[in-house]
Design a protein around this ligand. Structure first.
Ligand SMILES: [Zn+2]
Length: 477
């Protein structure tokens, strides 16, 4: 890598700033929220199909080879044929949600930022990667390997895009980078287990309804029970803790617990409303003893966030401690309690053994376990040659001595061989000064990407791609 070439690449990136912003805005304005598979022509809805054809078209216009894997995944590459080196980004976005100051799908550039749903997660890094391929083409950089940018369409909603790609036996690159986290490099992702635990015995008719949590990966901030009206109970209700409120209507007492929400991958600091509800019911003895017995196990599961009651508490030095959150509570058709538990387990733990422990704990407490999913952890040791190359280049570029890190969340890296998360976000990015607190982040209202930061990430990526290309050649010789 000569200094002249590096300077030429950096200048090219700076010179394409305006054009990149324009393409990013065009792509954000396609509302590509991944919808459940319906039409086989558009496996994840019209929005994702439109975003995929737009991105492929942009690539083709810039001289790249485009491939469409039946609408699940797209690919842009330097040349036709198998890819050696892959970058995996996703076109789908999470729903816009509420409280936007700006328009989520009428993106704009303001004071150094592009604002719109998907700006950071993941359309900014995706467009940046597309421009990197274009840079290699336009500057005629002699690239030995075939570099490909893969465009997914269901990352936020279950990764059925990649499951389809893998199951169909399409070719996978030898090394893959996933620009969907922060620098320097994420080399370990915890495993994710979800189980549904159902009581084997029904509640008495006193329990009219039970409800807590909306999504399995969110710590619930609200949980409710409806109890048949009984005057004697009213006396006990005044002694409830402050997190609980009640109302009486239509022959029922409706009891609501309010907690503090959070992500189940990082539950520390949140307050699970299901736990608050169960504890209050047990303490105030608001239900017949047999019903309280049924709630006791549910309460114990959420007593801590480490799976102690399920006998699965464990940790390792790479990815830390297991977390377990009972996040969705319902009354099923048999009038039995049903709780979904979302578990993030360390990379060195065996999912099968954890599942067996949960099964045993359930049987002992007269519950039944159903396995909903076990997404295995991903782990690439930090001594792997390509990881060392990436870390050296990162250090040379930034002067930062940070080490590879692990995550409890999930990216495409967990479903690809030899894959790591690498940027394109920077650690502790500044909050856009013109946005209210809590706005601007991935999945948050007024999602924003700082363009200078993105261009800087591209410059680092350009160096890394050249280096990985050269490294492969050296190994062959
Ligand atoms: Zn993402």
């Amino acid at each position: 890598m000569s200094d002249a070439l590096l300077a030429k690449m950096d200048a090219w990136i700076d010179a394409h700033r305006e054009e990149l912003i324009g393409d990013l805005i065009r792509l954000i304005n396609v509302r590509s929220v991944s919808a459940p598979p319906d039409d086989p022509e558009n496996p994840f809805g019209q929005g994702c199909a439109d975003a995929l054809s737009l991105a492929l078209e942009m690539g083709q216009e810039k001289g790249l080879y485009a491939e469409d894997y039946l609408g699940y995944v797209g690919r842009l590459s330097l040349t036709a044929g198998d890819a050696d080196l892959g970058i995996w980004a996703h076109l789908d976005v999470v729903p816009e949600g509420e409280n936007w100051v700006y328009a989520p799908f009428d993106a704009l550039y303001q004071d150094g930022y592009v604002i719109g749903r998907g700006a950071a997660d993941n359309k900014g890094p995706l467009i940046a990667s597309l421009y990197l391929l274009r840079l290699i083409k336009e500057l005629d950089i002699p690239f030995q390997k075939n570099l490909a940018l893969y465009l997914g369409t269901n990352e936020e909603a279950g990764m059925a895009d990649l499951i389809f790609y893998n199951d169909s036996g399409y070719q996978l690159p030898k090394i893959s980078l996933v620009p969907d986290c922060a620098f320097p490099l994420c080399h370990a992702e915890k495993g994710i287990i979800e189980v549904k635990l159902s009581a084997m015995h029904a509640f008495s008719p006193s329990v009219l309804g039970l409800y807590g949590g909306l999504a399995t990966n969110v710590v619930p901030d609200s949980a409710q029970i409806a109890i048949a009206y009984d005057e004697a109970l009213l006396l006990k209700l005044d002694a409830l803790p402050k997190e609980l409120s009640y109302e009486v209507e239509d022959g029922a007492i409706l009891l609501t617990a309010r907690g503090i929400t959070g992500h189940t991958a990082f539950p520390q600091g949140s307050q699970n409303a299901i736990r608050l509800l169960c504890e209050a019911l047990l303490k105030a003895e608001l239900l017949p003893p047999a019903d309280l017995d049924l709630l006791y196990f549910i309460s114990r599961i959420n007593e801590d966030v480490y799976g102690t009651a399920l006998h699965i508490d464990c940790s390792d030095e790479i990815s830390g401690r297991l977390t377990a959150v009972g996040s969705v509570l319902r009354l099923n058709g048999e009038h039995c309690a049903e709780l979904i538990v979302n578990i993030r387990y360390p990379v060195k733990a065996a999912g099968d053994r954890l599942i067996a422990s949960i099964n045993t704990a359930c049987a002992q407490n007269r519950f039944r376990m159903e396995l909903l999913k076990d997404s295995h952890p991903a782990f690439v040791p930090d001594t792997t040659p390509f990881v060392l190359e990436l870390m050296e280049e990162y250090k040379a570029f930034t002067g930062d001595d940070a080490k590879p890190y692990s995550m409890a969340g999930g990216t495409y890296a967990r479903r690809l061989p030899n894959a790591v998360g690498f940027g394109m976000g920077w650690q502790n990015p500044p909050q856009p000064p013109f946005l209210p607190a809590g706005h601007g982040g991935a999945h948050a209202p007024d999602e924003a990407v700082e363009i200078d930061g993105l261009l800087r990430a591209m410059k680092l990526y350009a160096r890394v791609l050249l280096r990985l290309d050269a490294a492969g050649q050296a190994a062959k010789e």
